[in-house]
Every structure is written in structure tokens, then in C-alpha cells.
Design a protein around this ligand. Structure first.
Ligand code: ADP
Ligand code: ADP
Ligand code: MG
Length: 241
């Protein structure tokens, strides 16, 4: 226990939560298939970044997380690897993971990284581009042959608001809010309402939330305190108290 604390202090890894698993040092320590570890290494990632060392082990235990680490520290793979592991392979249950990004450009980058990390898994990884197309593609009569959705919030909420809803999130296991600090900013003041709407559509009792942010932001932290049970907070760049 003391040893783990010393390691976290050395890494400037601040962790708050009950029974938080230890950070890893090498990707090989992750309890995941070697195929997935190979995909990580094929991406050119030799060693996990500090946020990856801790956030991956937390999410692999299906614990909900608020992860704060600077821009460029590899937060995308930190949440994608556990998601890919948990989903395991394609199914016909509609989207089982949803990743919300503040911009379309970020959504595209995240989709690309997801495709790269999940080579061999056969997932259907979608982005909502044209709303009209999405209405028929994801609607109640569709095949439900899709697994992972990466999107900006407006488009998703537009589909959810249709009568009947033009997309189902009832089998979502992981809801990721990426760049949460940006999404909660004043310019996105309606995001709380949108998030409320999205959460209401994620009716599965197995639904878990992951919040990722470049900075520790009080608005995000408060939302997490109010809405997430048994939360693990991980902040990089700050000493453990
Ligand atoms: P963030 O979301 O924290 O801003 P990204 O996930 O966009 O960071 O990653 C930033 C860059 O670092 C990307 O080019 C990504 O491919 C790369 N990267 C991620 N993880 C690693 C790693 N473990 N080793 C080397 N590069 C990595
Ligand atoms: P996002 O932030 O998701 O990228 P945009 O700012 O690009 O959203 O605008 C997309 C939003 O505009 C949709 O979510 C919807 O609310 C509205 N919208 C887009 N296309 C249509 C449409 N064909 N009919 C009605 N509203 C639309
Ligand atoms: Mg990012």
C-alpha cells in the first residue's frame, strides 16, 4: 500500500476513490488479450503514459472514472483499450459504447484511433455525419449491427429527440465524455441538459461513465459527484495528499 503511494507520488498521480487498483508499468501487465496488446504496440506505443498506467486498470475493473491529464498525454487510448476489451467483438445489440467529443475533428481522430486499436475485432465504429442518413441507419427498424459511436452532442440529441427516438442507447455499457472541460465550458452551456438527455437514454443497469479532461475543472467535478456512484478520480501532475 505504502509502496503504491510512493509510486503514485513519484508519478505525480493523484488518486481518490475506494480500493483503486495499482497502476501498471508495462502494457503487458494489462489483463487483456495479447492481440489487443499487439495493436497497442503496432500503434507505436512502447510504454503506457502516466494516465494510461492508472486509468486503464481502473476502467478494466468497470469502475467509473474522472480522469484529468494534460493535452497530448494519451487519454484517447486510455479509454479505448478498456472499451475494446469489454465489448470483446461485434454484436447485434446496437451501440454498446458512446464517446462524446466537443468537435467533429476530434470525433474523427478518435474514430481513427479506435479503428487502429481494434484491428481484428470486427467492430462497427460509427460517426454521425448526416442527420438524415443517421435517422434511417440507426432507427428502430435497423439491423442494430453497430458497436461503437463517436459523436458530437447536438447530433446525438437530435436523433434521441425524434418520436420515436431515431437511435437506441439502451445497450450502452460505456459512455465516455471526452474533453469534458471544454464541453462544460460556457460556450456549451446547454451541455448539462444534453448530457441529461443522453444519460436518460442509456437505460442499461450496466452503464458506466468515463469523464476525460485536460484540466481539473470544478464544474465537471461537481457534476461527477452528483451523478456518479463509486467514482474514481485520477489526476496527473499533482502530488498525492
Ligand atoms: P490527449 O487526449 O491526452 O490529448 P491523445 O490521446 O490525443 O492525447 O494522444 C496524443 C498523442 O500521443 C497521439 O498522437 C497518440 O497517438 C500518442 N500516444 C498515445 N499514447 C501513447 C503512448 N503510450 N506512447 C506513445 N505515444 C502515445
Ligand atoms: P454537432 O455539435 O453535433 O456537430 P452541429 O452544430 O453540426 O452539431 O449541428 C447539428 C445539429 O443541427 C443537429 O444535431 C440538429 O440539432 C440540427 N440539424 C442538423 N441537421 C438537421 C436536419 N436535417 N433537420 C433538422 N435539424 C438538423
Ligand atoms: Mg483527447
Amino acid at each position: 500500500e505504502q509502496e503504491v503511494n510512493r509510486l503514485r507520488n513519484k508519478l505525480k498521480l493523484n488518486v481518490v476513490g475506494k480500493n483503486v487498483p495499482e497502476p501498471i508499468t508495462y502494457f503487458d501487465e494489462l489483463p487483456i488479450k495479447t492481440d489487443l496488446i499487439d495493436n497497442i504496440k503496432s500503434s507505436g506505443y512502447k510504454e503506457p503514459t502516466i494516465i494510461q498506467r492508472q486509468a486503464m486498470t481502473v476502467m478494466l475493473q468497470r469502475r467509473q472514472i474522472l480522469a484529468c491529464a494534460p493535452t497530448g498525454s494519451g487519454k484517447t487510448a486510455a479509454f479505448l483499450v478498456p472499451i475494446i476489451h469489454h465489448l470483446g467483438g461485434p454484436q447485434r445489440k446496437g451501440f454498446r459504447a458512446v464517446i462524446i467529443c466537443p468537435t467533429r475533428e476530434l470525433a474523427k481522430q478518435t474514430q481513427r484511433e479506435c479503428v487502429r486499436l481494434s484491428i481484428g475485432y470486427g467492430f462497427r465504429i460509427h460517426i454521425i455525419s448526416k442527420v438524415e442518413k443517421a435517422m434511417s441507419l440507426y432507427g428502430p427498424k435497423s439491423s442494430q449491427k453497430f458497436d461503437i459511436l463517436v459523436t458530437t452532442p447536438n447530433r446525438l440529441c437530435y436523433l434521441l429527440k425524434q418520436e420515436p427516438p431515431a437511435i437506441s442507447l439502451s445497450n450502452v455499457e460505456w459512455l465516455i465524455i471526452d474533453e469534458a472541460d471544454k464541453l462544460f465550458e460556457a460556450g456549451f452551456c446547454s451541455f448539462r441538459d444534453q448530457l441529461e438527455q443522453i444519460l436518460q437514454a442509456c437505460t442499461s443497469k450496466n452503464r458506466k461513465i468515463g469523464m476525460f479532461s485536460a484540466t481539473f475543472t470544478p464544474a465537471v467535478d461537481e457534476w461527477c459527484t452528483e451523478n456518479i456512484k463509486d467514482l474514481v478520480r485520477v489526476t496527473v501532475g499533482q502530488k498525492n495528499s
